[in-house]
Write a protein that binds this ligand. Structure first.
Ligand code: ATP
Length: 307
């Protein structure tokens, strides 16, 4: 297996507190890696350490198979990145900003500028300066700058922030295209699980600086792809019947009156029958597909994802 990024027990401490704690990531060459975590979870800090913008307090980083040391910088030419707030030359045009970036990277290809502006949907405003752009337009320009040289690895911190639904959809298509057509490895952070679910090959979640899990989406899809969602008049009583009478242990209460039952051999009809016989009204009972969000809810508990 060829990895483009590996970290081992990566740790960053500020004022005696670990904001990143023993994180080991494995990003394969050629994949889209989705990095989930709520605000302040430590995503940007990890990305900055990969780009040698800040120094780890502990642990190791390997990029392109080489350990990163304090003075390693040449590997950065192989990466396009967007981390935190986009900074531009505000008075130059969007086109000139990209031109300058290409010159700095030693990449001389005028066609690439118009191509990339078209890909991110900014062709019609290429003559305008970023100071006149909305947040979403700045995000698009920043993505354009990160991908323009078609680097081997693109690191994007919350790239869909500030985009409208149409913008999110076209960004998603662009990421897939960069990955499939150009073989670019993408490392993308987001706090939106559903978004990562749609594009990632591997996904990990970080919570309060610690890695919850790193897993392949294929593996996730193989496990528990279905669950039964049950809405009744009395969820508490229903849960006792599930547990004591039907021997079902793997279920969770979810918002309102619902119970989700995972990986059970008990047929839906038998569950319904058992509940009705005990005078519990069933508002609905359905078999549903597990989402990545369900998976993490089961892993770390409902309502804890955003905390
Ligand atoms: N220079 C610093 N000094 C002290 N604490 C810091 C510093 N930089 C980051 N932190 C803290 O580290 C934690 C992780 O921040 P980080 O920016 O990595 O989170 P994040 O997952 O990227 O969140 P967001 O999506 O909000 O950017 C936060 O609690 C933040 O306050």
């Amino acid at each position: 297996m060829s990895y483009i990024v590996q970290t081992r027990n990566l740790t960053k401490t500020y004022d005696g507190q670990d904001v990143v704690s023993n994180v080991s990531l494995n990003i394969k060459k050629g994949e889209i890696y989705g990095f989930l975590g709520s605000n302040g979870a430590g995503k940007s800090t990890i990305m900055k350490m990969l780009m040698n913008l800040i120094k780890p307090s502990n642990g190791e980083i390997e990029m392109f198979g080489e350990p990163i040391k304090e003075h390693s910088f040449t590997y950065l030419k192989r990466i396009g990145s967007m981390i935190e707030y986009p900074i531009f030359y505000e008075k130059m045009t969007a086109w000139e900003n990209l031109e300058l970036h290409c010159a700095y990277m030693g990449y001389h290809n005028k066609q690439a500028i118009s191509d990339v502006l078209e890909w991110v949907g900014l062709s019609n405003v290429s003559h305008k300066p970023p100071q006149d752009f909305s947040l979403g337009m700045r995000q698009r320009l920043c993505v354009a700058r990160a991908i323009i040289t078609k680097p081997e690895l693109v690191i994007l911190d919350e790239p869909i922030n500030g985009l409208d639904p149409e913008g999110i959809q076209s960004m998603r298509r662009l990421f897939k295209r960069l990955n499939k057509e150009y073989g670019i490895t993408l490392f993308i952070s987001s706090h939106i699980i559903g978004e990562i679910e749609q594009i990632a090959d591997t996904v990990s979640m970080i919570k309060q600086g610690k890695l919850v899990e790193e897993t392949s989406m294929d593996l996730l899809k193989e496990q528990n792809t279905e669950y039964i969602e049950l809405v009744t008049s009395d969820p508490k009583k229903a849960s006792v019947i599930l547990h004591d009478q039907l021997n079902i242990a793997n279920f969770k209460f979810v918002e309102g009156q619902a119970i989700r039952i995972f990986s059970t051999d008990v047929p839906q009809a038998s569950i319904a029958k058992a509940l009705i016989l005990k005078d519990i009204d069933i508002h609905s009972i359905n078999t549903k597909q597990t989402t990545l969000e369900d998976y993490f809810i089961r892993k770390i508990g409902l309502n804890k994802i955003d905390k």
